[in-house]
Design a binder for this molecule. Structure first.
Ligand code: ZN
Length: 410
Protein backbone atom coordinates (compact mmCIF):
# COMPACT_ATOMS: atom_id res chain seq x y z
CA UNK A 1 0.00 0.00 0.00
CA UNK A 2 1.31 3.43 -0.85
CA UNK A 3 0.06 6.75 0.50
CA UNK A 4 -0.31 9.56 -1.98
CA UNK A 5 -0.75 12.41 0.47
CA UNK A 6 1.12 13.76 3.48
CA UNK A 7 0.36 12.03 6.77
CA UNK A 8 -0.01 15.32 8.66
CA UNK A 9 -1.36 17.98 6.29
CA UNK A 10 -2.81 15.76 3.50
CA UNK A 11 -0.98 17.76 0.80
CA UNK A 12 0.10 15.90 -2.36
CA UNK A 13 3.10 18.16 -2.85
CA UNK A 14 5.52 15.36 -1.98
CA UNK A 15 9.08 15.01 -3.27
CA UNK A 16 11.25 11.90 -3.12
CA UNK A 17 14.87 12.58 -2.13
CA UNK A 18 16.12 9.09 -1.32
CA UNK A 19 15.39 5.52 -2.46
CA UNK A 20 16.79 2.80 -0.18
CA UNK A 21 14.77 -0.11 -1.44
CA UNK A 22 13.71 -2.66 -2.29
CA UNK A 23 14.24 -3.76 1.32
CA UNK A 24 12.96 -6.63 3.45
CA UNK A 25 11.44 -5.70 6.82
CA UNK A 26 14.33 -4.48 8.97
CA UNK A 27 13.02 -6.03 12.18
CA UNK A 28 12.21 -9.42 10.69
CA UNK A 29 15.17 -11.53 11.74
CA UNK A 30 14.95 -15.06 10.36
CA UNK A 31 15.24 -18.49 11.94
CA UNK A 32 17.32 -21.10 10.08
CA UNK A 33 14.08 -22.74 8.83
CA UNK A 34 12.86 -19.40 7.42
CA UNK A 35 16.03 -18.95 5.36
CA UNK A 36 14.63 -21.23 2.68
CA UNK A 37 11.37 -19.28 2.40
CA UNK A 38 10.90 -16.41 -0.01
CA UNK A 39 11.19 -13.07 1.76
CA UNK A 40 8.91 -10.11 1.13
CA UNK A 41 10.63 -7.03 -0.28
CA UNK A 42 9.13 -3.54 -0.29
CA UNK A 43 10.15 -0.23 -1.86
CA UNK A 44 11.61 2.27 0.63
CA UNK A 45 11.53 5.82 -0.69
CA UNK A 46 11.81 8.86 1.55
CA UNK A 47 9.70 11.93 0.77
CA UNK A 48 9.56 15.58 1.83
CA UNK A 49 6.24 17.42 2.03
CA UNK A 50 6.69 20.87 0.58
CA UNK A 51 3.57 22.10 2.32
CA UNK A 52 4.26 21.24 5.99
CA UNK A 53 7.88 19.95 5.83
CA UNK A 54 7.19 16.48 7.22
CA UNK A 55 9.71 13.85 6.11
CA UNK A 56 8.05 10.49 5.58
CA UNK A 57 8.05 7.05 4.02
CA UNK A 58 4.95 6.56 1.88
CA UNK A 59 5.07 2.78 1.40
CA UNK A 60 3.04 1.27 4.19
CA UNK A 61 3.48 -2.37 5.14
CA UNK A 62 0.35 -3.79 6.83
CA UNK A 63 0.90 -3.36 10.56
CA UNK A 64 0.02 -6.93 11.52
CA UNK A 65 2.95 -7.98 9.30
CA UNK A 66 5.23 -5.57 11.13
CA UNK A 67 4.41 -5.74 14.79
CA UNK A 68 2.62 -8.95 15.74
CA UNK A 69 5.95 -10.56 16.75
CA UNK A 70 8.41 -7.80 17.34
CA UNK A 71 12.02 -8.62 18.05
CA UNK A 72 13.01 -5.29 19.47
CA UNK A 73 13.40 -5.47 23.19
CA UNK A 74 15.21 -2.43 24.52
CA UNK A 75 18.83 -2.96 25.32
CA UNK A 76 19.82 -2.86 28.99
CA UNK A 77 21.84 0.23 28.02
CA UNK A 78 18.51 2.10 27.92
CA UNK A 79 17.54 1.19 31.47
CA UNK A 80 19.19 4.25 33.10
CA UNK A 81 17.53 6.43 30.46
CA UNK A 82 14.04 5.28 31.38
CA UNK A 83 14.74 5.48 35.10
CA UNK A 84 15.96 9.07 34.73
CA UNK A 85 13.03 9.95 32.48
CA UNK A 86 10.57 8.46 35.03
CA UNK A 87 12.20 10.45 37.86
CA UNK A 88 12.03 13.70 35.88
CA UNK A 89 8.36 13.48 34.97
CA UNK A 90 7.34 12.20 38.41
CA UNK A 91 8.91 15.27 40.01
CA UNK A 92 7.85 17.81 37.39
CA UNK A 93 4.20 16.77 37.20
CA UNK A 94 3.72 15.47 40.74
CA UNK A 95 2.69 11.93 39.81
CA UNK A 96 1.60 9.89 42.82
CA UNK A 97 -0.35 6.82 43.89
CA UNK A 98 -3.61 8.39 42.72
CA UNK A 99 -2.40 9.20 39.20
CA UNK A 100 -3.21 7.13 36.14
CA UNK A 101 -0.57 6.88 33.44
CA UNK A 102 -0.93 5.07 30.11
CA UNK A 103 2.02 4.21 27.93
CA UNK A 104 1.43 3.58 24.22
CA UNK A 105 3.83 0.99 22.79
CA UNK A 106 5.14 0.10 26.24
CA UNK A 107 7.38 -2.74 25.04
CA UNK A 108 8.58 -4.89 27.96
CA UNK A 109 7.79 -2.11 30.43
CA UNK A 110 11.17 -0.42 30.77
CA UNK A 111 9.39 2.81 31.68
CA UNK A 112 6.36 1.37 33.51
CA UNK A 113 8.61 -0.40 35.99
CA UNK A 114 10.56 2.59 37.36
CA UNK A 115 7.39 4.72 37.34
CA UNK A 116 5.52 2.23 39.50
CA UNK A 117 8.46 1.84 41.84
CA UNK A 118 9.08 5.58 42.18
CA UNK A 119 5.64 6.89 42.97
CA UNK A 120 3.20 3.99 42.95
CA UNK A 121 1.38 5.48 39.96
CA UNK A 122 -1.24 3.23 38.34
CA UNK A 123 0.56 2.50 35.09
CA UNK A 124 -0.96 0.64 32.14
CA UNK A 125 0.89 -0.31 28.99
CA UNK A 126 -0.55 -0.90 25.51
CA UNK A 127 1.69 -3.06 23.35
CA UNK A 128 0.77 -4.75 20.03
CA UNK A 129 3.52 -7.41 19.92
CA UNK A 130 2.16 -10.52 21.56
CA UNK A 131 5.52 -11.93 22.68
CA UNK A 132 6.64 -8.61 24.19
CA UNK A 133 3.32 -7.88 25.96
CA UNK A 134 3.45 -11.36 27.47
CA UNK A 135 6.93 -10.70 28.87
CA UNK A 136 5.72 -7.46 30.48
CA UNK A 137 2.65 -9.05 32.04
CA UNK A 138 4.76 -11.88 33.42
CA UNK A 139 6.87 -9.27 35.20
CA UNK A 140 3.73 -7.83 36.80
CA UNK A 141 3.54 -4.79 34.53
CA UNK A 142 -0.08 -4.56 33.38
CA UNK A 143 -0.07 -4.48 29.59
CA UNK A 144 -2.95 -4.59 27.11
CA UNK A 145 -1.92 -6.62 24.05
CA UNK A 146 -3.36 -4.47 21.26
CA UNK A 147 -2.74 -1.54 18.94
CA UNK A 148 -3.63 1.74 20.60
CA UNK A 149 -6.85 3.07 19.07
CA UNK A 150 -9.70 5.33 20.06
CA UNK A 151 -11.59 2.17 21.04
CA UNK A 152 -8.82 0.86 23.31
CA UNK A 153 -8.59 4.35 24.89
CA UNK A 154 -12.34 4.28 25.48
CA UNK A 155 -12.04 0.88 27.17
CA UNK A 156 -9.43 2.21 29.59
CA UNK A 157 -11.52 5.28 30.43
CA UNK A 158 -14.55 3.10 31.09
CA UNK A 159 -12.62 0.89 33.48
CA UNK A 160 -10.25 3.32 35.19
CA UNK A 161 -11.29 6.85 34.28
CA UNK A 162 -9.27 9.45 32.40
CA UNK A 163 -5.48 9.54 32.51
CA UNK A 164 -3.29 12.21 34.09
CA UNK A 165 -0.55 11.39 31.66
CA UNK A 166 -0.08 9.55 28.39
CA UNK A 167 3.41 8.71 27.18
CA UNK A 168 4.60 7.24 23.88
CA UNK A 169 8.28 6.48 23.41
CA UNK A 170 9.64 5.66 19.97
CA UNK A 171 6.24 4.69 18.63
CA UNK A 172 4.91 7.95 17.25
CA UNK A 173 6.98 7.47 14.13
CA UNK A 174 5.54 4.00 13.55
CA UNK A 175 1.96 5.03 13.05
CA UNK A 176 0.33 5.47 9.66
CA UNK A 177 -3.04 6.71 10.89
CA UNK A 178 -1.89 9.40 13.30
CA UNK A 179 -5.38 10.89 13.50
CA UNK A 180 -6.67 7.68 15.08
CA UNK A 181 -3.95 7.81 17.77
CA UNK A 182 -4.54 11.51 18.45
CA UNK A 183 -8.27 10.95 18.80
CA UNK A 184 -7.46 8.17 21.26
CA UNK A 185 -5.10 10.37 23.27
CA UNK A 186 -7.64 13.17 23.32
CA UNK A 187 -10.34 10.78 24.60
CA UNK A 188 -8.02 9.34 27.24
CA UNK A 189 -6.40 12.46 28.66
CA UNK A 190 -7.86 14.58 31.47
CA UNK A 191 -8.50 18.23 30.58
CA UNK A 192 -5.28 19.29 32.36
CA UNK A 193 -3.44 16.05 31.50
CA UNK A 194 -0.05 15.88 29.83
CA UNK A 195 1.00 13.92 26.77
CA UNK A 196 4.73 13.27 26.43
CA UNK A 197 6.46 11.51 23.60
CA UNK A 198 10.01 10.73 22.64
CA UNK A 199 11.06 10.16 19.12
CA UNK A 200 14.13 10.08 16.95
CA UNK A 201 14.81 13.70 15.99
CA UNK A 202 15.07 14.71 12.35
CA UNK A 203 17.70 17.31 13.17
CA UNK A 204 20.03 14.52 14.36
CA UNK A 205 19.18 12.35 11.34
CA UNK A 206 20.14 15.20 9.02
CA UNK A 207 23.18 16.41 10.97
CA UNK A 208 24.65 12.91 11.31
CA UNK A 209 23.49 11.48 7.99
CA UNK A 210 21.64 8.67 9.78
CA UNK A 211 19.87 7.25 6.76
CA UNK A 212 19.96 3.85 8.46
CA UNK A 213 17.21 5.13 10.73
CA UNK A 214 14.92 4.79 7.72
CA UNK A 215 12.99 1.53 7.57
CA UNK A 216 9.41 0.45 7.06
CA UNK A 217 8.55 0.64 10.75
CA UNK A 218 9.54 4.31 10.78
CA UNK A 219 6.95 6.10 8.73
CA UNK A 220 7.62 9.66 9.92
CA UNK A 221 10.77 11.63 10.73
CA UNK A 222 9.79 14.44 13.03
CA UNK A 223 10.90 17.95 13.66
CA UNK A 224 8.85 20.41 15.73
CA UNK A 225 8.01 22.59 12.75
CA UNK A 226 5.22 20.41 11.24
CA UNK A 227 4.21 18.84 14.57
CA UNK A 228 3.17 21.99 16.40
CA UNK A 229 0.30 22.96 14.06
CA UNK A 230 -0.74 19.32 13.67
CA UNK A 231 -1.02 18.66 17.41
CA UNK A 232 -2.73 22.03 17.76
CA UNK A 233 -5.62 20.69 15.68
CA UNK A 234 -6.28 18.26 18.54
CA UNK A 235 -6.11 20.97 21.19
CA UNK A 236 -2.62 19.87 22.24
CA UNK A 237 -0.16 22.69 22.77
CA UNK A 238 3.54 21.86 22.63
CA UNK A 239 4.76 23.63 25.78
CA UNK A 240 8.22 22.13 26.17
CA UNK A 241 10.74 20.10 24.20
CA UNK A 242 14.26 18.87 24.78
CA UNK A 243 16.93 17.05 22.84
CA UNK A 244 18.09 13.76 24.36
CA UNK A 245 20.80 11.28 23.46
CA UNK A 246 18.92 8.01 22.92
CA UNK A 247 18.91 6.28 19.52
CA UNK A 248 21.62 8.52 18.15
CA UNK A 249 19.67 11.70 18.94
CA UNK A 250 16.03 12.07 19.95
CA UNK A 251 13.57 14.70 21.05
CA UNK A 252 11.15 14.67 23.97
CA UNK A 253 8.00 16.71 23.39
CA UNK A 254 5.55 17.80 26.10
CA UNK A 255 1.97 18.67 25.18
CA UNK A 256 -0.93 19.97 27.25
CA UNK A 257 -3.99 22.18 26.95
CA UNK A 258 -3.94 25.81 25.83
CA UNK A 259 -3.53 27.08 29.39
CA UNK A 260 0.04 25.76 29.51
CA UNK A 261 2.72 28.40 29.18
CA UNK A 262 5.14 27.64 26.36
CA UNK A 263 8.76 27.39 27.52
CA UNK A 264 11.56 29.18 25.61
CA UNK A 265 13.09 25.82 24.61
CA UNK A 266 10.37 25.39 21.97
CA UNK A 267 11.26 28.60 20.11
CA UNK A 268 14.96 27.85 20.43
CA UNK A 269 14.57 24.44 18.79
CA UNK A 270 12.39 25.87 16.03
CA UNK A 271 15.16 28.39 15.32
CA UNK A 272 17.74 25.62 15.21
CA UNK A 273 15.58 23.62 12.77
CA UNK A 274 15.30 26.62 10.49
CA UNK A 275 19.04 27.25 10.66
CA UNK A 276 19.65 23.70 9.40
CA UNK A 277 17.13 24.11 6.59
CA UNK A 278 14.77 21.40 7.80
CA UNK A 279 11.93 23.21 6.04
CA UNK A 280 13.65 23.18 2.63
CA UNK A 281 13.69 20.52 -0.06
CA UNK A 282 17.31 21.38 -1.03
CA UNK A 283 18.53 20.21 2.39
CA UNK A 284 17.16 16.76 1.69
CA UNK A 285 18.38 16.56 -1.91
CA UNK A 286 21.87 17.17 -0.55
CA UNK A 287 21.26 14.56 2.16
CA UNK A 288 20.37 12.00 -0.53
CA UNK A 289 23.54 12.73 -2.50
CA UNK A 290 25.72 12.33 0.58
CA UNK A 291 24.09 9.00 1.45
CA UNK A 292 24.92 7.64 -1.99
CA UNK A 293 28.51 8.85 -1.66
CA UNK A 294 28.91 7.22 1.76
CA UNK A 295 27.63 3.92 0.40
CA UNK A 296 30.32 3.92 -2.28
CA UNK A 297 33.06 4.75 0.24
CA UNK A 298 31.99 2.05 2.70
CA UNK A 299 31.65 -0.74 0.15
CA UNK A 300 34.97 0.18 -1.46
CA UNK A 301 36.71 -0.05 1.92
CA UNK A 302 35.09 -3.36 2.85
CA UNK A 303 35.85 -4.98 -0.50
CA UNK A 304 39.47 -3.90 -0.42
CA UNK A 305 39.94 -5.21 3.14
CA UNK A 306 38.30 -8.49 2.22
CA UNK A 307 40.39 -8.99 -0.89
CA UNK A 308 43.46 -8.25 1.26
CA UNK A 309 42.56 -11.31 3.34
CA UNK A 310 41.21 -9.50 6.40
CA UNK A 311 38.45 -10.97 8.56
CA UNK A 312 35.45 -8.71 9.09
CA UNK A 313 32.42 -9.19 11.34
CA UNK A 314 29.48 -6.99 12.32
CA UNK A 315 29.02 -5.60 15.82
CA UNK A 316 25.41 -5.16 16.97
CA UNK A 317 22.28 -6.21 15.11
CA UNK A 318 19.75 -3.40 15.55
CA UNK A 319 16.94 -3.23 12.99
CA UNK A 320 18.48 -0.06 11.56
CA UNK A 321 21.64 -1.96 10.72
CA UNK A 322 19.62 -3.95 8.19
CA UNK A 323 18.78 -0.85 6.17
CA UNK A 324 22.47 -0.15 5.82
CA UNK A 325 23.42 -3.78 5.07
CA UNK A 326 20.75 -4.19 2.39
CA UNK A 327 21.27 -0.77 0.83
CA UNK A 328 25.05 -1.30 0.64
CA UNK A 329 24.60 -4.98 -0.33
CA UNK A 330 26.84 -6.20 2.49
CA UNK A 331 26.21 -9.92 2.98
CA UNK A 332 28.02 -13.09 4.03
CA UNK A 333 30.65 -12.47 1.34
CA UNK A 334 31.91 -9.59 3.53
CA UNK A 335 30.80 -10.26 7.11
CA UNK A 336 31.45 -13.69 8.63
CA UNK A 337 28.87 -13.08 11.36
CA UNK A 338 27.32 -10.39 13.53
CA UNK A 339 27.49 -10.39 17.31
CA UNK A 340 24.69 -9.10 19.49
CA UNK A 341 23.81 -9.18 23.20
CA UNK A 342 20.09 -9.74 22.76
CA UNK A 343 18.96 -13.37 23.17
CA UNK A 344 15.92 -12.49 20.99
CA UNK A 345 18.21 -12.03 18.00
CA UNK A 346 20.92 -14.58 18.70
CA UNK A 347 20.91 -17.69 16.51
CA UNK A 348 18.82 -15.85 13.94
CA UNK A 349 19.82 -14.37 10.58
CA UNK A 350 19.63 -10.82 9.26
CA UNK A 351 16.73 -10.18 6.85
CA UNK A 352 17.77 -9.99 3.22
CA UNK A 353 21.48 -10.47 3.82
CA UNK A 354 21.20 -13.71 5.86
CA UNK A 355 24.20 -13.07 8.10
CA UNK A 356 24.21 -15.28 11.23
CA UNK A 357 23.84 -13.49 14.58
CA UNK A 358 25.73 -14.96 17.49
CA UNK A 359 26.62 -14.06 21.10
CA UNK A 360 29.50 -11.63 21.68
CA UNK A 361 31.80 -14.27 23.25
CA UNK A 362 32.92 -15.66 19.91
CA UNK A 363 34.01 -12.22 18.73
CA UNK A 364 36.11 -11.81 21.87
CA UNK A 365 37.66 -15.25 21.44
CA UNK A 366 38.44 -14.93 17.73
CA UNK A 367 39.47 -11.27 17.68
CA UNK A 368 38.77 -10.65 13.96
CA UNK A 369 40.74 -7.92 12.13
CA UNK A 370 37.78 -5.59 11.69
CA UNK A 371 34.31 -5.09 13.17
CA UNK A 372 31.73 -3.00 11.34
CA UNK A 373 29.83 -1.06 13.96
CA UNK A 374 26.12 -1.41 13.20
CA UNK A 375 24.99 -0.26 16.64
CA UNK A 376 26.72 3.07 16.77
CA UNK A 377 25.64 6.65 17.38
CA UNK A 378 25.00 7.00 21.09
CA UNK A 379 26.41 3.55 21.76
CA UNK A 380 29.83 3.95 20.14
CA UNK A 381 31.65 5.06 23.28
CA UNK A 382 30.07 2.39 25.45
CA UNK A 383 31.07 -0.28 22.93
CA UNK A 384 34.63 0.99 22.58
CA UNK A 385 35.01 0.91 26.34
CA UNK A 386 33.52 -2.56 26.59
CA UNK A 387 35.69 -3.95 23.80
CA UNK A 388 38.99 -2.36 24.88
CA UNK A 389 40.62 -5.79 24.78
CA UNK A 390 39.70 -6.22 21.08
CA UNK A 391 41.41 -2.93 20.22
CA UNK A 392 44.38 -3.75 22.45
CA UNK A 393 44.82 -6.97 20.49
CA UNK A 394 44.98 -5.03 17.22
CA UNK A 395 41.28 -5.19 16.25
CA UNK A 396 39.73 -2.19 14.50
CA UNK A 397 36.19 -0.85 14.43
CA UNK A 398 34.72 0.59 11.24
CA UNK A 399 32.18 3.35 11.91
CA UNK A 400 29.95 3.70 8.82
CA UNK A 401 28.36 7.13 9.46
CA UNK A 402 28.33 10.13 9.29
CA UNK A 403 31.84 9.63 7.82
CA UNK A 404 33.40 6.25 7.16
CA UNK A 405 36.01 6.02 9.91
CA UNK A 406 38.38 3.36 11.30
CA UNK A 407 39.01 3.28 15.05
CA UNK A 408 41.91 1.27 16.50
CA UNK A 409 45.60 1.31 17.31
CA UNK A 410 47.72 2.95 14.63
ZN1 ZN B 1 2.52 17.82 4.86
Amino acid sequence: MKNSSCRLCKSRDLHKFLELGPQPLAGKFLTSEQLAEKEDYFPLGVFFCKNCALVQVLDVVPKDKLFSQYFYAPHSVLSPHFTGYAKEITAEFGLNGKSLLVEIGSNIGMMLKPLKELCGVKAIGVEPAENIAKMANEMGLETINDFFTEKVAGGIVEKLGKADMVVANNVFAHIDDLDEILRGIKALLKEDGVFIFENHYLLDTVENLQYDDVYHEHLCYYSLHPLIPYLGKYGLRVFDAKRIKTHGGSIRVYCGNSKRKVKPAVQELLKEEKKHGLDKLETYMEFGNKVEKRRKELTKLLHSLKSGGKTIVGYGAPARGNTLLNYCKIGTGILDYIVDDSPLRQNKFTPGTHIPIIPVDRFRKENPDYALLLAYGGYTETILKKEGEFIKNGGKFIVPLPEVKIIGKQ
